[in-house]
Each structure stands twice: as C-alpha cells, then as structure tokens.
Design a protein around this ligand. Sequence first.
Ligand SMILES: Nc1nc2c(ncn2[C@@H]2O[C@H](COP(=O)(O)OP(=O)(O)OP(=O)(O)O)[C@@H](O)[C@H]2O)c(=O)[nH]1
Ligand SMILES: [Mg+2]
Length: 449
Amino acid sequence: MEDTICAVSTALGIGGIAIIRVSGPKAIEIVDEVFKGCDLTEVNSHTINYGHISWKGKIIDEVLVTVMRAPKTYTMEDVVEVNIHGGIAVTNKVLEILLTAGCRQAMRGEFTKRAFLNGRIDLTQAEAIEDMINAESENARNLSINQLTGKLSDIISALKRRILELESKIEVNIDYPEYEDIEDMTVSKVGEELKRINLDVQRLIDESSNGKVVKAGLNVAIVGRPNVGKSSILNFLLEEDKAIVTDIAGTTRDVVEGKIVLNGNIINFIDTAGIRETADVVEKIGVDKSIKVLDAADLVILVLNHGEELCKEELELLNRLENRKHIVFVNKDDVEGRMDLPRGIDAIYGNTVSKTGLDSLKNKIVSMFELEEIAKKDLTYISNARQLSLIEQVKTSIDSAIQAIESGMPVDIIEIDLTEARVKLGEILGEVYDEELIDELFARFCLGK
Ligand SMILES: Nc1nc2c(ncn2[C@@H]2O[C@H](COP(=O)(O)OP(=O)(O)OP(=O)(O)O)[C@@H](O)[C@H]2O)c(=O)[nH]1
Ligand SMILES: [Mg+2]
C-alpha cells in the first residue's frame, strides 16, 4: 500500500463527466504535477479546485479536482479525484498521463481493499459495497445499505461479545478451582446462554435464504411439452412479446429470459424449449438446455395442456420435480379438458387467452417465497456464500459445546469450541483472513472501486 494507485472510477464510454480516482501517499503531489490552476499541495482538504490538466506544455482538458487528505477519505489515504470531460480519448489520455507521472494502475476493487486493510470498513461492509453496485431491485439495495452501515456487523459483533463473556466465565472457573460448586454453576449458566446464542445463530442461517432471494432474485424456469403455452405465459408475465409464439410445436429452440419486479424482488423468468424426444439436432440441444435450466432453477413452473392427456414425459417431469419447489400450471383450460392429474397433485388452472389463473400463478410465487413478508422485514441477512459457510461453522462449534456440557465434559473442552466459534465470527468480519481469499473477493469488484 506504499504506492499511489489510480483508475477510472466511472463507466468507460461517453458521458457528461468521467472521474479518475487517485489514492496513496503521493496522490496530491502527482496530480499537482500535471495540474495547472493552483498549488494542490497547499489547498485545504475536501475542496474542489478548478484548472487544467497540462502535459508537455499542452492543455489536455479542463477539470475540477477534489483533494481529500487522509484519514477521512474512502481509502483512509490521501485521495484525489479528477473530474474530466466524459469522453473515451480524453479519459484514456489523462489516465496515461497520471500513470506516467508516477501512479500505478489500480487493480479491481483495490480502493475498497485499501479501505478494508486500513480498517475503515470490515469485510461484510466491503462486500456490501459490491452488492450495492450490483443491486437491481429496491430490496437488494436496502439489504446492501443495511450491511454497509454496519447492521450485520453489529449482529455478528454482539454474538462474538456474548461468546467472549462465556469464555471469561470459564476462565475464572479454571483459575479459581478452589471454590467448590462454582464449576457446576458456571457450566449450567454457560449452557443456558449458549442455547440462546445458538437460536440467534440458527436464525441467521435460516434467514440467509431470504438474503439470497433479495440479493440475487429468483430464477423461475417455465418448462413443459412443446405447444402447451410456455412462451405465451412468459410474455404475459413480462408484459411484452419477448418470446415467439406460434401453433407449431417446437417453436422455442433456445432459452428466452426476462426479469420483472415482484414485491421489490427481481424474478427472472426463463422460457425453455418444449421437452420431447426429437431427431432434430437443434431442437435436441434446446431440450438438453431446458433440463439444465430446470435443474438449476429456484422454482419450476411445469406447464400442462388442459386439452391433452398427461403423457409419459410429463409424468417423468412430475417425478423429477417431486422434491423441488415447483408449481403445476394447467394451461388452455378454455379448451375442453382431458387432463387427468394424478391424485395429490395440486395445480393452478388457467389460460392465456382470457388471462385467467395467471394472477394466481404470480400470487403463488409470492406466497411460496414469502416475498411480501421479506419486503416488510428489516433487511439484514447473511448475504453470501462466504458468510454463510462461516456462520454454519460457528453453529457446529456451538452445537459441539452444548453437547460437551450435556455429557458432563470438563469446562476446558467447552472453551476450545467457544474460541473456535468466536474466531469464525471474527472471520466473517475479516478480523482474520486468508490473503488469497481476500484477493479473490476484491477481484470481483469493478475497476476504480
Ligand atoms: N386456446 C388456447 N391456446 C393457447 C393458450 N396459450 C397458448 N395458446 C396457443 O398455443 C400455441 C402454442 O403456444 P406457445 O406459447 O408458443 O407454446 P410453447 O409451450 O412455448 O411451445 P414451444 O415453444 O413449441 O415449446 C399458440 O398457438 C398459442 O396461441 C391458451 O391458454 N389457450
Ligand atoms: Mg415456446
């Protein structure tokens, strides 16, 4: 972190302005070298300064330069932001000049990495910044701002504190074993508090699925035999003619996707090629893709045709979906019915001609994933696989401690489990971390962030 880094922080392309961000010990000095207007090394912190970028005696652009001295900056280092005109050639030129003047091109996420390494934010907050940029729905934005302002960090820190208190209780017990009865008392009290902590940890794990829904949205696959009306349903749900609809079986050959917002959550509907045995090479590839999409989806809508009898492929699909979240939609109920569903299969009936049943279909998705309840809640959830895997490890250690207590093990055994749980909680916040993992995490960020 001794060098000074720079990168274009705005999206590359044509725009009103572009911002090149510079951070590091020489940020002000380097920009000052190529800036004409005033002496940037003398200006007050957090000021915007008018002037020009000048290189080898030539004016390159008219700019506004923001000077922010450490430590109250994004990275906690000296930061300079150069606002230039938002064109591709001018942006590249100013960047090139700054690199020649002594900056190093920043890697992806390096500014945020410095903010983390310098202790301004913890790891969950750094992750929240990436989530904020990627947020496509109101709920996803809310989730990330809650995490960014430290709500999740507070929950994790509080759990850590409670475990530390238990550890010190046990320590006292180990240090002063001469007091009789103290061990029994300590152990039973520790056990009670541990069970309460365990409930809170379990809740974080249970609610993490909400975090996934809010952050990534839901992938909903629409599958079924050819010609049952899958593409017609997709078009209705998206309120646009996205997929081609014809009366020829096998019209859809490739997946067609589209997003809508339901109760503040992104729902990504994926229309697929009708599933059937086929000798057509292209159609076969489409059918294989349909199965892949089906297997990966959070929810599968199996569309059946009210006018036809249930066939072998459809029975296989019903079997395949048995342990999966799915909805059976019997379409074309405007035509005389032959569809005889096996007993115990719940279905929604409707058709895309008079648009009946389709609102029930949407409502069913909302109730299945509790989208209404999620939107009303305070959106503070474990929101990625890294955090979830660590909190699950915390749970394993606490479970093991509780078991040790219940089977009358000595307190120092319990202490090992507690320490492990506390360290894993610290890992969620990034208090201890693996260098490689951190690099991988920040490499997912945008350049200039
Ligand atoms: N009567 C009636 N016809 C419908 C209904 N829904 C769709 N259709 C018609 O059924 C035919 C097939 O509709 P699609 O939406 O293309 O069916 P699909 O399942 O996507 O078909 P493939 O892409 O071939 O797998 C078209 O002629 C639609 O107009 C419905 O509810 N009732
Ligand atoms: Mg289709």
